[in-house]
Design a protein around this ligand. Structure first.
Ligand code: SF4
Length: 110
């Protein structure tokens, strides 16, 4: 964490559109695994998400009061009637998750 600046040059940059004023790793994560917001505001999206999903600190016994929270894994979805294969997911009429991201990326490349 020594090199992380929390992308301070992005989050306060009023020349960027509002939706881009988040750390680059948050903005570009293809699986939307990272979130950014104000834990000082109990009504912010991140505060609500952490409250609803049981977010927690790593190593709380260290007493460092970290500002990052971690969410426990979501419960696994029950498999549908038949097991999904990578080929089936890639062939799906409406791709989801990684395949949706891949589809969108390839679409942009033309
Ligand atoms: S991209 Fe993420 S890890 Fe890298 S400096 Fe920005 S906030 Fe820190």
């Amino acid at each position: 964490m020594k090199k992380c600046t929390l992308c301070v040059d992005r989050i306060y940059n009023e020349n960027l559109p509002e939706e881009d004023r988040v750390p680059a790793c948050v903005r570009t994560c293809p699986t939307n695994a990272r979130h950014f917001g104000d834990f000082g505001d109990p009504n912010s999206d991140v505060s609500i998400m952490v409250a609803e999903r049981g977010g927690f600190d790593l190593l709380p016994e260290q007493g460092t009061k970290p500002v990052n929270k971690y969410l426990p894994p979501r419960p696994r979805r029950k498999s549908v009637d038949q097991p999904m294969s990578l080929l089936a997911m890639a062939d799906a009429a409406t791709p989801k998750g990684f395949w949706q991201w891949m589809d969108n990326t390839l679409e942009k490349l033309g």
